[in-house]
Every structure is written in C-alpha cells, then in structure tokens.
Design a binder for this molecule. Sequence first.
Ligand SMILES: C[S@@+](CC[C@H](N)C(=O)[O-])C[C@H]1O[C@@H](n2cnc3c(N)ncnc32)[C@H](O)[C@@H]1O
Length: 347
Amino acid sequence: MEFFLILSREHETLPLAELESVLLAENIDYKLNTISTGIIQIKTSNKEVYSILGERLAYTHEINQLISCTDLSNIKKTFSWIKWEDILGPNFAVRVKKVSYSEHVDCQDLERSLGKIIKNKVKEKSSVKLEKPSTFIRVLITDFIVLIGLRLVKIDKKHFFKLKPHKRPFFYPGSMSPKLARCMVNLAQIRSGDLLLDPFCGTGGILIEAGIIGAHLIGVDIDDKMVQGTIKNLEYCQIKDYQVFQADARDLKLKEKVKGVVTDPPYGISASTAGEVSEKIYQRFLESIADNMLENSRICMATPHYVNLKPFLKHKLKIVDRHEIRMHKSLTRIIYVLKKVNKGSSY
Ligand SMILES: C[S@@+](CC[C@H](N)C(=O)[O-])C[C@H]1O[C@@H](n2cnc3c(N)ncnc32)[C@H](O)[C@@H]1O
C-alpha cells in the first residue's frame, strides 16, 4: 500500500526523524521517499500503518492513501479515469493544496472543477459536502508531481493544547511542551508496553505523553514537590501504570532495566556557575544510566547547546541523532538521541 504524509514545517529535521522512529519502533516494513520538503511517500505491506502513525505522531498533519499521481496538465483527465464509485462514501469534498510549486494555481477553482468531474461520474451515489465529508480527497501539487489521495487521518493536535503545562493541576515553570515531549518519546523508539524512565521528571510532561501511547512509566526527581506534582498530573490524565519516586538521577539503581530514557535535565543557566553545575549533572547521569538500560535501548534527551555530551559517553553510549531547536538568541536546545552500545561492539 502507498501513502503520502504532510509533515509539519515547524522544524526542519524533527518531523521526518519522528516518523522514521515510530515506523522502526512499531516494526513496520517501509520504503520512504521524500517527494518534496515535508511531503513523504511511504510504501508498506502494513494496512494499519495510518492508524498507528495517526495515534502517535506529533509533527505530522495528514496521512493520505495514494490513489494516483499525475501532473498538473493531466489532472482532469486522471480524475475522469479514477473509479470514484469504489472510493467514495455518501458524500465527499476535494481539497487542493499547493506545496513547493512556484506557478500560480487557483486552488478553489480547481477544487470545483475536480468535484464536478467526480459528481458527473458517480451521479446520485455521492454528493458534495464541504464540511466534514465522509470522504476527503486530497490533491497535492508539488513542483514535480501531483498526488491524489484519500485522506485517512488528520492528526488531532487538540490534545497538545489541552495538556499544555499551565493547564495541568500541577504547574512549574520550565516544563516542556507536550508536542516536543511526544516527539522525544517517539525518537526513543518506545512502544506500548515498554518500560520508560524519565529521571528528571519535573511536572511529568514526558511521562504523560509516554503514558498516552501505553508505556509503563518510571519517573524520578530529586525534589519531592515535583514527585507529588507529577503524580497529581498523571492521575489527572488518567494514567495509572506508573512508579514515581524521589531519587538522584546521578546515582540510579533500578530493579528492572528500561527500554528507553526520555528526559529534559535542568539547564541551570540563571546562576553564574550553573553552566558548570549542570555539566556535572549530565556527566554523572550519563556515566551511570546505561546500567539501568536494556541493550540497544535509547535515550532521547534535551540539552542546552553549551553542554558537550561526547566526553561523558564513554564506551556505553553513542550519539545516533541530533536536532537543534533555537529557543532565543542565547539558547539553542539540542535534542540528542543516544543508543546503548552492545557489549563487545567495536564502537
Ligand atoms: C527541566 S526540569 C524537567 C521538566 C520536565 N520535563 C517537565 O515537563 O516538567 C528538571 C527537573 O530535574 C530535577 N532535578 C535536578 N537535579 C536532579 C537530580 N540530580 N536527580 C533527579 N532530578 C533532578 C529538578 O527538580 C527538575 O524538576
């Protein structure tokens, strides 16, 4: 089956990395092709791929099943060949979107013409309905190709707004946005049933997102106020499968090894010596954490740009991916993905 996805443009590298991580985490066979910036085609034998991705992705807008490809000069002809009666429900809408196509196109006019072609073919079997149609036909115009698809998922971002840090019962400044937290859980290649640890859990934002996708959770914070706050927030989100306790992330000894670590350690940029202090926290955390992780499992962590992780990784962890998020003039957040290296690996 072939699908095309419209990714968010809010970051250059995270949306595609997130998509590939979820495909890998969910053991989905796939071939991926970038049609144009933010437009990704996926070939897979997995018929459920759209609902799996739709449930998990933070930085994707739409998932469409490919019906046909053409070019702009042949689009009406192509529309008249498609067996619409096999595709449409009781009503439909055609929506045209232009991405990376420099020439002028009157999208509304094209939508009307294409809608008429369909209507002439299906007659009374299906009617035009522009609001909430049962069948949504997506036409995507790029510089090289026009994609025609059946929209299967429009990813609902309401959840990310509803659970913004200040809307949860326990709030503390410095909490991460739910969207980035979800993306980081995805980058760690966690799936439902896996055990995930956030050793600097703060208000529990990362744990909430991992809990929603069905992970078992361990949350740790050195500050008991944060521990109690995280528990309050998890309960508010009706997440039950968690252990949250007070401990020091620099010296953790868990009973069970985890499948992934996703975390946002303190930045400590306000005090003059804090840069050095937070470096030490990162160092001691990274030197001890691998012993609590399963082989080949991943860490996804946010760091400020001025902390260099490389000297702290020793032989147990390696950097597999890195993304930059510019926060403001003096702070860039780096999202690192690290992997626990196999014993005996030459790395
Ligand atoms: C940047 S905040 C985490 C924010 C979190 N991602 C959220 O969404 O709320 C960092 C947290 O690390 C905790 N912390 C600092 N040093 C720690 C340590 N050595 N061990 C465990 N937690 C620590 C702080 O109490 C703070 O809650």
